[in-house]
Design a protein around this ligand. Structure first.
Ligand SMILES: *[C@@H]1O[C@H](CO)[C@@H](O)[C@H](O)[C@H]1NC(C)=O
Ligand SMILES: *[C@@H]1O[C@H](CO)[C@@H](O)[C@H](O)[C@H]1NC(C)=O
Ligand SMILES: *[C@@H]1O[C@H](CO)[C@@H](O)[C@H](O)[C@H]1NC(C)=O
Ligand SMILES: *[C@@H]1O[C@H](CO)[C@@H](O)[C@H](O)[C@H]1NC(C)=O
Length: 435
């Protein structure tokens, strides 16, 4: 433990000494003040020589590579032309009048320290640190998610250029203090945490270096509920409407006076229609519950509901299939009283079950709907369309029933009239035959 501490201190000490050495070396070698310049790749930059020396005899330009200095230009005043050294000989223009050096067609590898000295006076030399940068390109900004309650990260990706700085802003100002935003090490990822209403808005990332900057904007809309929950919401709404309409159907069938009770073919198709409606609404609620549990986790109440719904679906499919293909056999299933109870109560029970639980689900999902800032799902259209479809079926069946009732009555009247006529005819024949 102690040794570790010792070594650690020793390590830090060494690092400190190294830094001191570097600083010392720097100050000893670069005599004058260090100027800084930045330029873009492919452009040119003009470097200036010292301008405080009167009698100029000799001008010399050097560059530093590692710890060594290499010549670029040497010029004796009065000589024909300057001596240029590789590798810069073809990329520089030397102005002998004022000693300036124009560096052309800059590359990133030209980022280094340049030094101009006059008459070899080291203390008056002028050093310039040149930084050659690629201009930043337009950043791409996107979010990992936009769902309320889920962790949200914004990414700022810069396809090209030398990125030195990334600044994030919200609504054109600094990021709000009250919200705990986290930035990744190089600032390219903004962690928002669990998304909520207050996180909606426009975010921008400003990518820059010394010579250029680019900015991109993202309008973040926090979505209240995930697409599966939205689907579950719509399914529950349709299930409620179908269940209510089939409940209406049952009510009408039950509350008829004994004289007008629907019988025969009409009764059969009415029951088939209602059973199918109950079956469809049960399937919809079943699917909606599965989606809900997939998103929000399972719960015992909903699992029991699923089992009951499977039972309802099987019974309603059985009854409607039997009524469609072999109506006579239905009474065969109902020989014992308990069978009759099970088969007859399945659909009305399911209506109550579906209405209750679909309303519960609707309420639960709606509660989640004010977490974000997206538009709430409008269910009116779905409710109206499903109501129109199911009521249309029910009303069509009733109209058909009343038509057939009227036909029957007329048939009866006709046959009665015919019978009367026959009787009268017989009477007449009877009278004629009598003497
Ligand atoms: C700088 O030094 C490295 C090796 O230390 C060498 O590979 C490179 O070519 C040198 N660059 C220039 C411009 O002299
Ligand atoms: C030196 O001379 C050149 C060419 O005449 C000019 O472009 C440049 O700006 C001058 N440099 C200084 C530091 O004045
Ligand atoms: C982006 O950042 C650069 C450098 O910090 C700054 O000059 C520029 O004004 C910023 N742009 C915007 C739109 O804030
Ligand atoms: C963000 O929304 C504003 C208005 O709210 C609009 O002017 C801007 O164009 C939108 N930006 C994007 C990238 O969609």
């Amino acid at each position: 433990m102690l040794i570790c501490f010792f070594l650690d201190t020793l390590g830090k000490g060494c690092a400190f000494v190294a830094v001191l050495l570097v600083v010392f070396q720097w100050t000893s070698e670069a005599a004058g003040p260090l100027e800084r310049k930045a330029a873009a790749v492919g452009t040119s930059v003009l470097l200036s020589a010292p301008d405080n020396i009167k009698d100029i005899n000799f001008i010399q330009w050097e560059y530093q590579n590692g710890t060594t200095w290499y010549f670029i230009v040497q010029y004796y005043v009065g000589s024909q032309k300057p001596t240029l050294y590789p590798p810069y000989e073809n990329r520089v223009v030397f102005y002998s009048l004022n000693g300036s050096l124009l560096l052309e067609n800059l590359q990133e590898t030209d980022s280094r320290v340049y030094k101009a000295s006059i008459n070899l006076i080291e203390s008056e030399a002028r050093t310039t640190l040149l930084k050659v940068l690629r201009p930043v390109s337009q950043p791409q900004i996107w979010s990992s998610s936009s769902l309320a309650g889920s962790p949200i990260e914004l990414f700022c990706n810069v396809p090209g250029g030398t990125v030195e700085n990334i600044d994030w802003e919200k609504e054109g100002g600094p990021l709000p203090q009250e919200r705990c935003y986290l930035l990744s090490e190089n600032d390219s990822v903004l962690h928002i945490g669990k998304g909520g209403k207050s996180d909606c808005g426009s975010y921008s990332c400003n990518v820059s270096n010394e010579i250029s900057w680019q900015e991109s904007l993202l309008n973040l809309t926090i979505v209240d509920i995930s697409p599966p929950l939205e689907l579950a919401l719509k399914m529950s709404a349709i299930a409620v409407v179908f269940a209510l309409v089939s409940g209406m159907g049952f009510f009408v069938l039950c509350c008829q006076s004994e004289k007008k009770r629907i019988k025969g073919e009409n009764w059969r198709w009415m029951i088939i229609f209602i059973q199918v409606l109950v079956c469809v609404s049960s399937i919809l609620l079943f699917a909606a519950t599965v989606l809900w549990m997939h998103e929000e986790g399972p719960s015992a109440a909903f699992i029991v509901l699923e089992i009951l719904l499977v039972y309802v679906i099987i019974v309603t499919v059985l009854i409607s299939a039997t009524l469609v293909y072999q109506p006579a056999k239905l009474s065969g299933f109902k020989t014992k009283p308990w069978q009759r109870v099970i088969l007859d109560s399945a659909a009305p029970g399911a209506v109550i079950l579906v209405v209750l639980f679909a309303s519960l689900l609707l309420q639960k999902i709606s509660q989640l709907q004010d977490r974000g800032c997206s538009q709430t799902v409008d269910l009116t259209g779905y409710a109206v369309i499903s109501a129109v479809i199911s009521l249309f079926g029910l009303i069509t069946l009733f109209i058909w029933y009343h038509r057939s009732q009227r036909d029957q009555r007329e048939n009866k009247r006709h046959s009665k009239e015919e019978a009367d006529q026959e009787v009268q005819q017989e009477l007449r024949e009877d009278m004629l035959q009598r003497p």
